[in-house]
Design a protein around this ligand. Structure first.
Ligand code: IPM
Ligand code: MG
Length: 357
């Protein structure tokens, strides 16, 4: 029987609650499909700061390096908001992405049929549905560029630097073209090439890489236009490739089209089997510990882990199908509509388990 070794970082806020549900679903999937998970629980984020003084203890990094992959809830919260940037919980998240070289962040935004009416976008605009794959660069750009405080004309000032090298752009572009080849062979590269030099290099490099994928229809879009087009006509997009910060923003926007940010999963990959899987939403401290959080984004991240790190495609599909079925019956508060059963975080997890085929 295959055994998979996973480092689990529950994190802060709703992190522990939603991760518990995803592990419940993973274990049930293992029983049905004949594999087993070994979980190694480690600290990262605010909980790690409280326990060790560091958002990303070295032993957590070591454990992640040895594991088959990493499963994460969410990090951050108001109690750590006043710490200096490099000591904040988010620094732990950026640190682990960097340390594991997870440059390719896949964020699928799709509408589950039963949730169509939860989308704030009109039916006439959504049409047959929505199925977009955002490929976000994750270890470069302004998130990792030089930053600091300085003085300008006697005033305090601050700066952050957006920088991309050709190899960094090439590898994420290849990830996106390969993804497009597996899907509808349409790729939109999003940049701000009318203003930013880093975006001009981005665009030139994506065009060069496109020569290796002649079957993929490539177009380019400025990020402001893309933000607008996502709500005007989301059906025009299939795969989107973009920089770290633009991908951060556009994926939150795309998630809302699908009904709730509580629905969007993600996989962060390093080009091989190693991956980090996490929902795209944050730690929602305002509802933490109340069993109100939607665990489906985390459960869907578990499905992505089965697909991308372990090639357990059938089991991954089974989770997606069970989520779809669960949405026909019950809803957590974020996606609640009249006529459905209102359930807690753990009831939603139980329901998904019971619907696994
Ligand atoms: C995300 C989050 C993170 C990011 C934060 C928590 C640092 O918003 O994964 O989208 O900006 O990458
Ligand atoms: Mg974000």
């Amino acid at each position: 029987m295959n055994e998979y070794n996973i480092v689990v970082l529950k994190g802060d806020g709703i992190g522990p609650e939603i991760v518990d549900e995803a592990l419940k679903v993973l274990d049930a999937t293992g029983v049905k499909y004949g594999f087993k998970f070994n979980y190694d629980y480690r600290l990262m984020g605010g909980c790690a700061i409280d326990a060790t003084g560091e958002p990303l203890p070295e032993e957590t990094v070591e454990a992640c390096r040895k594991a088959d992959c990493v499963f994460l809830g969410a990090v951050g919260g108001p109690e750590w908001d006043t710490l200096p940037g490099n000591k904040r919980p988010e620094a732990g998240l950026l640190g682990i992405r960097g340390a594991l070289g997870l440059y390719a962040n896949l964020r699928p935004a799709k509408i589950f049929e039963p949730l169509k009416s939860a989308s704030p976008i009109k039916d006439s605009i959504i049409g047959d549905g929505l199925d977009i794959m955002i490929v976000r660069e994750l270890t470069g750009g302004i998130y990792f560029g030089e930053r600091g405080r300085c003085e300008e004309n006697g005033n305090e000032a601050a700066f952050d630097t957006e920088k991309y090298s050709v190899p960094e752009i090439e590898r994420i572009a290849r990830t996106a073209f390969q993804m497009a080849m597996k899907r509808s062979k349409k790729l939109t590269s999003v940049d701000k090439a009318n203003v930013l030099e880093s975006s001009r290099l981005w665009r030139e490099t994506v065009i060069k890489v496109s020569k290796d994928y002649p079957e993929v229809e490539l177009n380019h879009m400025y990020v402001d236009n893309c933000a607008m087009q996502l709500v005007r006509n989301p059906g025009q997009f299939d795969v989107i490739v973009t920089s770290n910060i633009f991908g951060d923003i556009l994926s939150d926007e795309a998630s809302m089209i699908s009904g709730s940010i509580g629905m969007l999963a993600s996989a962060s990959l390093a080009g091989g089997k190693m991956g980090l899987y996490e929902p795209i939403h944050g730690s929602a401290p305002d509802i933490a510990g109340q069993q109100k959080a939607n665990p489906l984004a985390t459960i869907l991240s578990a499905a992505m882990m089965l697909q991308y790190s372990f090639d357990e495609k059938e089991a991954a599909k089974a989770i997606e199908n069970a989520v779809n079925e669960a949405l026909k019956k019950a809803r957590t508060p974020d996606i609640y509509e009249e006529g459905f059963e209102k359930v807690t975080t753990s009831e939603m997890g139980d329901l998904v388990v019971s619907l696994l085929k």
